[in-house]
Ligand binder design. Structure first.
Ligand code: PA5
Length: 426
């Protein structure tokens, strides 16, 4: 399902020398003995997930899909990136005849919130508010605004049937509010942190609302869980990727650019950036996660990558089989000189662009490339990919001797902001 090619990664160390350390870290992850071990619920989640809750997610989504044209997904960071990545990657950027998904609660931009509220005028909508802590300010403000709109439109009782809350099982303001109002509520497991939560109700409910088969997604993740449970580095491509990026970091590369060749994978890159950036960037350590979509960004960033300072390596994620394709037509006049491509598919051109760019960046530009190929970006493939990156991230970050599962740094701006806003207690 996923293949890894390190032949163009220009590694200056032998993977073999990491074999024993990788085995030790593998045991640490699976026996939950390392730093942050309270947050390892994702490791066996594809097997241990709450089956009854997943059934309820599917039933609730079927009912709500009949009732609404729009779903507002209200959440930020780990409470929305995975769902958005899945929905855009699988359904594309112009999904036909389906529930329209709009993301709110992920910004303080007054322009954006006002535009969404104007757009909703006269339209049918429902809300899924998602927050593990139940107190995130971006999400709480948006939810207060859109809940009020929902109640004004459908009445208190009607709104109750259109609002679904995904939060902690017992704690937080959102849990209190959801219980008080009688909303359908899904639980975020205690032992799964935000950036590892896409395969919990955090991601599964919005993904099901978008008409995507969540059983297939979980089965992809489960197959990956089995595949990458092998402690032997020689046999485990997820671990090899985790090791390779640390070898490159040790060799002096400060940044990793995650590259795809599909516009609808831009949010997968955003999800990946959070996963690696928030897991690794602490104690003044870590690789800066960046991203680009080629060939689009070859026309903006390509020059820097090819000839600029050698600060980055690329991780290229290719999709073997595109979900859609078109044939380039022949033209009798050939004024644009494109007839040499007539009859070829656009994906064929995309793949040649990819090969040509890898060659240019690696051989001429001296930029190391890690190549990852996913067979197909469908529900199954997405689930498989999520697990691949989650387990490789844990391995890679533990190799750096950092706790992959906390994020102490994100509290500092919040404290300053609360003080400026006059929040009681700050
Ligand atoms: O990974 C994380 O922990 C964060 O990105 C959170 O998901 C994000 O801050 C949202 O938090 P919450 O779900 O508590 O609203």
């Amino acid at each position: 399902m996923i293949t890894l090619d390190l032949s163009k990664a220009k590694l200056n160390e032998d993977l073999e020398s990491y074999k024993d350390t990788v085995k030790d870290i593998h045991e640490m992850i699976h026996n939950k003995t390392g730093a942050g071990n309270d947050f390892l619920g994702w490791v066996e989640l594809p097997k241990n997930y709450d089956k009854a809750e997943v059934e309820l997610i599917k039933e609730t989504a079927i009912k709500l899909r009949e009732k609404t044209d729009i779903l507002l997904v209200c959440g930020i960071g780990g409470s929305y990136l995975g769902a958005r990545a899945a929905i855009e990657a699988i359904n594309g950027l112009f999904p036909a005849n389906d529930v329209e998904i709009i993301y709110v609660g992920n910004t303080f931009s007054s322009n954006y919130i006002k535009q969404v509220s104007d757009y909703l005028e006269g339209k049918d909508f429902a809300i899924n508010v998602i927050s593990k802590s139940g107190t995130t300010t971006e999400t709480s403000i948006a939810f207060r605004i859109f809940k009020e709109m929902c109640e004004a439109k459908y009445g208190k009782e009607g709104a109750k049937e259109r609002i679904v809350a995904t939060t902690d099982k017992a704690r937080g303001a959102l849990k209190t509010l959801a219980t008080e109002e009688g909303y359908t509520t899904f639980v975020i497991p205690d032992d799964v942190g935000g950036r590892y939560s896409v395969l919990t109700p955090v991601g599964l409910f919005p993904i099901a609302m978008a008409g995507i088969d969540i059983d297939k997604m979980l089965s992809g993740a489960k197959d990956a869980m089995v595949k990458y449970a092998n402690p032997d580095l020689d046999q485990n491509d997820a671990y090899k990727y985790g090791v390779a990026r640390q070898i490159l970091h040790k060799a002096g590369y400060a940044a990793e650019m995650f590259v795809t060749y599909e516009l609808q994978l831009a949010m997968v890159a955003e999800w990946w950036k959070q996963l690696y950036g928030e897991s690794e960037g602490k104690e003044n350590k870590g690789i800066l996660p960046t991203s680009a979509t080629f060939s689009t960004d070859l026309h903006s960033l390509g020059q820097f990558i090819q000839e600029g300072s050698k600060v980055l390596f690329e991780t290229i994620m290719q999709i073997k089989e595109p979900a859609g394709d078109m044939t380039i037509p022949s033209d009798k006049d050939d004024l644009d000189g494109l007839n040499y491509l007539a009859g070829k598919s656009v994906d064929y051109v995309n793949k040649q662009a990819c090969q040509g760019t890898i060659d240019a960046h690696v051989n001429t530009g001296n930029v190391p490339n890690i190549l990852i190929t996913l067979d197909k970006m469908d529900a199954y493939g997405f689930g498989y990919m999520v697990y691949f990156f989650e387990i490789s991230c844990a391995m890679s970050v533990y190799l750096l001797e950092v706790n992959p599962f906390n994020q102490p740094g994100v509290e500092i701006y919040k404290k300053n902001m609360f003080k400026l806003l006059g929040k009681p207690g700050y």
